[in-house]
Structure formats: structure tokens, C-alpha cells
Design a protein around this ligand. Sequence first.
Ligand SMILES: O=C(O)[C@H](O)CO
Length: 325
Amino acid sequence: MGKPSVYVTRDIGPEALAVLKKHCNVTMWHEPMNPVPRDELIKNIAGKDALLCLLTDTIDVDVLNAAGPYLKIVSTMSVGFDHLDVREMKRRSIKVAHTPNVSTDSVAELTVTLLLVTCRRLPEASEAARNGEWKTWSPFWLCGPSLNNSTVGIVGFGRIGQQVAQRVKAFNLKSLLYYDQYEKKREAKELGAELVSLDELLTRSDFVIATCVLIPETAKMFNDEVFQKMKPTAVFINTSRGGVVDQDALIRALKTKTIFAAGIDVTVPEPLPTDNELFKLNNCVVLPHVGSATIGARNAMAMLAVNNVLAALRGERIPAEVVEY
Ligand SMILES: O=C(O)[C@H](O)CO
């Protein structure tokens, strides 16, 4: 019997690819900075045993139909799987896997970095130094809020939310709040975090950090009403998915100073067009979805995505199967 065939939608690095190629015939989309075009994906997936994809690939009924009857697993090199039609895959008995845990620290580090960069207005400050706006030291020029003695509210207290909590605790907070559909009692106790309603979190927090998953219940949950409940001094950070925010509402909140500032690593769409209003606001820091962008995390994600594929093809237990559906 020949090797199973796998379509890989981007170059996932030499280490992980070498392992995959040892056991499978690999066809791959080679352009590192362009997602595989839809027609190319549809053409190449035909007859494959496995698909290893990224969060930039929408894997829906059309792709599954094009794949045909041999497809046994869709393995995404991401924690989030909102780009996959998981329900349809389960209906067809196709396994679904993702890459949790291995990027948690990197995303938590980036979240805290973005929080600090946004509240201390660093992009604005750096630009001012570069463009000659820096005329003198001035008492209140480029000031922002401090984390010291502040209240931080984390929306979505999963692995990443908890690691963010762990890190921000070091800033000598007044209170650490979280909102989650589950109580997470033990973890919250260890971290000294208090479970509150969303409303209470919004009204009490100086910093509101979104680390929640994108599911129908969280889609556009940060809307006009939610921003209006935040303090006018509040800083909003989102490193989860752009879809949890009503982006027009965020623009309104930033423009009208309903909130002080926002730092976002995720947008709708991605990439965010360069003429988007958010890029024109100096109280908004936009990053190009780099939460997990450390070399170690990305290699570990690639390797886990490969191991998920190999386990499924061998009929073994999949290291990180998506089960909750
Ligand atoms: O889902 C993920 O893994 C992140 O958004 C990308 O690192």
C-alpha cells in the first residue's frame, strides 16, 4: 500500500514538513505570504486522505465535497477553528484537530505587550520622536493610564485568559476580574481572580481584555452598548478573533472617546485594508494577527498539526482533536 496523501495549504517549516513527508505524499501551496486561492485548494484537495490547513482557509461543504470520500482528517495549525465547518466534518465522520496549549504563552505574552504598548501610547510616542513633534519634555504629553492599582477584566477565562491573568498580576493590581460561561473555580482561586457578570466587569475594569473564543454566542459581543458600559478611561484589548467585536462600534467608541484606547491583534477582515478608519485613529494600535508569532510556538503548532494528521491516518488517538461539537 502506498503512502497516504496530504494537502498542506502553506509551508509549515522544514522540521514539521520533514516528519510529514516521511510518512505521507505531500502536496503543498508554496507562497508564504499568500493564502492558497480557493480554486487551487478545491483542485488539490481532490482524493486526498488529509488536509493540513491554516486559519486563513475556509473549509466548508464545497471543500469537503471536492475532497471526496477518502478525507479522514482536517488538521488546522491554529487554536481557533471558527474557519472550519466542524459540524459538517463530524457529520461526515471526518476528524477535526487543532493546536491548543503550545502557543498559550506566546499569545499571553503578546496580549500583555499590546496592553502596555496601547496604554502607554508607544506607537504614537515613537512616531512623535521620529517626526519632530518632540519639542520638549512636557508634564502631560503622551500620558496614559497605569496598570498599578488598577482593575483588569478578562473576558474568556480559558488557557490564554488564565495565562494573561498570571502575567498581569505582577503589575500590583487592585482587582482581577473575569467573565466566562464556566466558573473555573480552582484556577480563579489560584490566580486571585473574581468571577463577575459581564456588566460588572465592564463597569469596574480599567482594562478589558478579550481572550474568548469566537462562537455564535460571542459574535460581535463587543458592540455599542458594551463599549458604552466601559469607563471613558478604559483600554480595550483583543487578541482572540476580530469577529467578537462590532468593528464599527469600536471605531465609534474610539472616535467619541467613549473609551480611552484599544489594542487589537485581530480584525475583520484580515488583512485589514490600509484605508480602514482604525488605522487613522491615534488611540488605536492594530497588529497583524501576531499573537502566537514566536518561532518556538509556530514550530510547535506545525509539529502538533502534523502529529494530529499522522495519528488520524493511523487510526490512533489524535493528540488534539476538536471534540466539543
Ligand atoms: O488560533 C490561533 O492559533 C491564533 O489565532 C493564531 O496563532
